[in-house]
Structure formats: C-alpha cells, structure tokens
Ligand binder design. Structure first.
Ligand SMILES: [Zn+2]
Length: 310
C-alpha cells in the first residue's frame, strides 16, 4: 500500500520476518498498516520498535470452536469415556450435566476467547447450541460477549442444532429466529445418523439459508458411505441454490474411512460445488485426507473444535 512521504508513520516496526522468510519493516499510521517491505524500510519515525527478527504473520483464523460449551478457566472435569463407541446423543447428555455445574457461560466464553486472541486469532467461527432446551439463551449470551471483543476479533456465530432438528420439535422455528438474535450462519448435524431423515433435515437448513441469505456449516460425524451420501446431498443442494463458496462441512469423518478412489470422486464434487471442509484432525479417529482434497481444489480449513469441553 502506498503512503505519502508527508505522513511519517506513528510506529515503525523494524527487523522482522514475514511468512515467506523475507526480512521486512512495517509502518503503521492511525492504527493501520500503511506500508510493508521496501516501502517501509526507508521510512523514519520517532517511534521505532525493533522486533529482533521476530516472525510477523496475518491473524489466525479459528474456523470451528464452541464458545458456549468450553470449560476453559473453570473447574477441571475429567473426560467421560465412551460406553460403546462414539454416540452423539450420549455426548450431549454428558455435556448438559457438566454445563449445569459450570461457571456462568459468559465468563467461560471470555476465558476461552482471551486465550485465542492472546495466541493470535483475529477471526473466529463459533457454533452455538440452539435447541428446545436452551432456546436462544446461549446465542444471546455469546452474541453479547462478541460485542465486548468487537475491536479485537471478528466472530461469526453459527446456529447449531445439537439435539437434532426433526427429532427435537421446535428447533426449526428457533433456528430461523436465531437470525434475529445475532446468528450469521445456519448449522446442521448428522442428517442421517441423528435425525434419520437427510431430506427433511436439509430442507430446514437450506430453506433457512435461502430465506435469510446466510451461509451453511454442517457438523458431519457420519462414517463411511453414510457420510459420503450426506456430503453428496449437501453438495447437490449447494449447486441448486447457487451457494458455491458459502457452504462448509465440518469434520466429514466419512472421508477418512473410504477408499482413495472414493475420496477422489467426492473431492471433485466438493470442488465443483464450492463446498469447503473443516477438519480438527482428531487423534482418535480417521479424518479427511487434507492433501488429496487440496490437490482436487477443495477449500480445507481447520479449527480446534473446542478447548477443554465435555
Ligand atoms: Zn463442533
């Protein structure tokens, strides 16, 4: 960016390294970067900060987190092991018990948010539970916390139907109302394995997306070909509504279970449909092959999927 020679920088950061390894300087005027690189090297300023060869990067994107269900900074609660493999409903029940005993949600959310900001995150997508038991309360709480940190970090909030949509009566209406209470993105969760009705689930999710003009981000833990089936249906809806570039699938664990041929076939569908994949790269389970997806042209991004939750 050009800067007139008449305006000396308020602060000149010198002796730093950019992401490509090159040495550089950064000039700041009115709290904004006005020059980087050779244009900044030659400037002089009264306020010069020597960064001693430190690496300077753009802010990190935390692409998937749950600010409402973090216990960061709260009393330690041990992990409850699976009884018979991963079961979403069992996990949700354990989480409800833990949350009832936890510190107030806004306090826990601020703890987690400050950890992320202090470690360099400047953009964040947080899913927030919307269901018949919590209604819009969690969303309103997290939206108020977002306001307090508006100068430090940009946060998108996803209305997340953690208890299902069709199997949790009242949730579809709440999801729609969420967009009058601070939500930016419509979420979904395991249309086949949880709601057992892929078409019905996606009718609600994409119906709201179309009506409200909002992006989509669906949690998909479904394994093997069940997961692939849901991915294909989500991609078809995306193309039909011209929503390429506005739809993400979080986890997509099924892509870690199937053959390389199937991954290639689905990767082409994702790329041409403009559907992105979020991975939290869990240690205990197969997850989508990141390089194969990127080679096919799929947008892949990452998130912690929470820090110290149930
Ligand atoms: Zn999640």
């Amino acid at each position: 960016m050009a800067m007139s020679p008449q305006a000396p920088p308020d602060i000149l950061f010198r002796n730093l390294r950019l992401g490509d390894g090159s040495r550089s300087a950064i000039a700041v005027v009115d709290g904004r970067i006005a020059a980087i690189g050779s244009a900044a090297e030659t400037l002089s300023a009264t306020n010069v900060v020597d960064l001693d060869d430190a690496l300077v990067l753009p802010g990190f994107v935390e692409g998937h987190i749950h600010l409402d269900t973090s216990f960061y900074g709260d009393t330690w609660r041990p992990h409850v092991p699976y009884t018979a493999g991963f079961d979403v409903r069992e996990r949700v029940a354990i989480q409800h018990r833990n949350m009832a005993a936890a510190a107030p949600m806004d306090q826990r959310a601020r703890n987690q948010l400050e950890l992320c900001i202090a470690n360099g995150s400047s953009k964040m997508r947080s899913h927030v539970m919307v269901d018949a038991s919590v209604g819009l309360k969690s969303l309103e709480t997290i939206a108020a916390v977002r306001e307090q940190y508006r100068d430090l970090i940009d946060i998108q909030l996803v209305a997340f139907p953690q208890s299902g949509i069709l199997t949790c009566p009242g949730t579809a209406e709440l999801l729609d109302a969420a967009f009058d209470h601070g939500a930016d993105v419509i979420g979904g969760l395991d249309p086949a394995s949880l709601d057992r009705d892929v078409k019905g689930h996606l009718d609600v999710v994409f119906g709201i997306a179309e009506r409200r003009g909002v992006p989509v981000d669906i949690h998909l833990h479904e394994p093997n070909m069940m997961g692939v089936f849901s991915i294909e249906e989500i991609a078809a809806r995306t193309r039909a509504l011209g929503m390429q570039g506005k739809v993400a699938i979080s986890h997509a664990y099924g892509l870690g279970d199937v053959s390389a041929d199937t991954v290639r076939r689905v990767a082409d569908i994702l790329a041409t449909s403009g559907v992105a994949i979020m991975t939290n790269a869990p240690g205990a389970r197969a997850f989508p092959p990141v390089l194969a997806l990127r080679e096919a042209g799929v947008t892949v991004f990452a998130g912690s999927d929470n820090i110290r939750d149930s």
